[in-house]
Design a protein around this ligand. Structure first.
Ligand code: MG
Length: 345
């Protein structure tokens, strides 16, 4: 078997790849309550979480950001959705010989600026220069720690269910939990693809790449969050299916409630791509205890990157993900085969 781009594109094929290759090789390794077997956004140890992410995107400068901003936010966001407060970042950059130094400075400045936004720094890293035609690849690793708001949130959740972990998993949904998404869906994938394909469309089309720590922080402080995940590769479809499968419960989403940007929707139609299947880089999907959903939503909406947050559905007993359309139809929302837009994160 030869590895194809589908193995790295989110969705079903990547899940199989992780199980058949990564988990088979490294085993169910864990030193804390969340380890490799959980295939979560990171792993925990003592009162910390750690996560690592490689970034490759074409074009490296795009509307709304660049590969540097993406690399910093990707890791900050994976730490955040585990409920941990970002503490530090490491950064490894592989650069193709001949790369423009001014562009490298801009990329590194974006990493610094995104870190500044959440009050952290790049504390160690590595640079390599190669002759291979890679342009630039960036890998970031991040560590986050437990904090007061997370503990308060967990105490509230533990009043109604067994929740032994000391961070937020993506797999602790229970029937009745409300699903909240922190803003418009599909912006990153659709905007990157329309830039690549140079489609003509009026309106401002840009990636949503941003650090979502403040959105998460406000939600946790309010309390009642049971599960979180950032809908990156494979989009909202992949994320909801993953959360559903791991939790052992289904999810029912109302299409009309999903926040979308009109320009992104028009571009997606031209491109023939389902916005639910493409990557987002500044969004969070929350599972919230039903009695706390409205107050968590209100808190999230006060954040800069959470103003378009909305309740989009709920957790149900059936073990699949369903999409209710405006005309009252109900259809299966399946795990996509992969992300229809490759090299976006
Ligand atoms: Mg993630």
């Amino acid at each position: 078997m030869k590895i194809s781009s589908k193995e790295g594109a989110g969705g079903k094929r990547m899940q199989e790849f992780l199980e058949n290759f990564v988990l088979k090789t490294f085993g169910p390794a864990s030193v804390g309550c969340i380890g490799l077997k959980d295939l979560d956004d990171g792993a925990s140890f003592e009162n910390y979480v750690i996560t690592s992410d490689g970034h490759t995107i074409k074009p490296i400068f795009f509307r709304g950001g660049n590969i540097g901003k993406l690399a910093a936010c990707g890791t900050i966001n994976d730490i955040s959705v585990m409920g941990a407060k970002p503490l530090l970042l490491t950064c490894s950059i592989i650069i193709q010989a001949g790369f423009e130094s001014r562009e490298l400075m801009d990329i590194m400045a974006s990493i610094r600026d995104s870190c500044n936004e959440v009050g952290i720094h790049v504390v160690t890293g590595d640079t390599k220069v190669v002759e291979d035609p890679i342009n630039i690849y960036i890998t970031t690793t991040g560590i986050g720690k437990s904090w007061k708001g997370l503990k308060t949130n967990l105490e509230k959740v533990r009043e109604t269910r067994n929740y032994p972990e000391n961070f937020i998993k993506d797999s602790n949904l229970k029937t009745g939990d409300v699903i909240i998404v922190s803003g418009t869906i599909g912006d990153h994938g659709i905007s990157i693809l329309s830039e690549r394909d140079e489609i003509a469309i009026s309106g401002d089309l840009h990636s949503d790449v941003s650090p979502i720590w403040d959105v998460v922080k406000r939600g946790l402080k309010k309390g009642g969050i049971t599960a979180m995940k950032d809908p990156t590769r494979g989009g909202l479809s992949s994320t909801l299916n993953e959360m559903s499968q791991k939790s052992g419960f289904g999810i029912e989403i109302e299409e009309e409630r999903i926040p979308v940007d009109k320009t992104i929707v028009s571009a997606a139609k031209i491109l023939g791509i389902n916005i639910l299947d493409v990557a987002n880089e500044g969004k969070v999907v929350f599972g919230v205890m039903p009695e706390e959903a409205e107050s968590v939503l209100k808190a999230i909406k006060k954040s800069k990157y959470g103003s378009n947050a909305a309740i989009i559905g709920k957790v149900i007993n059936e073990k699949k993900v369903f999409l209710k359309t405006g005309v009252g139809a109900r259809r299966l929302l399946e795990m996509p085969d992969g992300d229809p837009v490759p090299r976006v994160c």
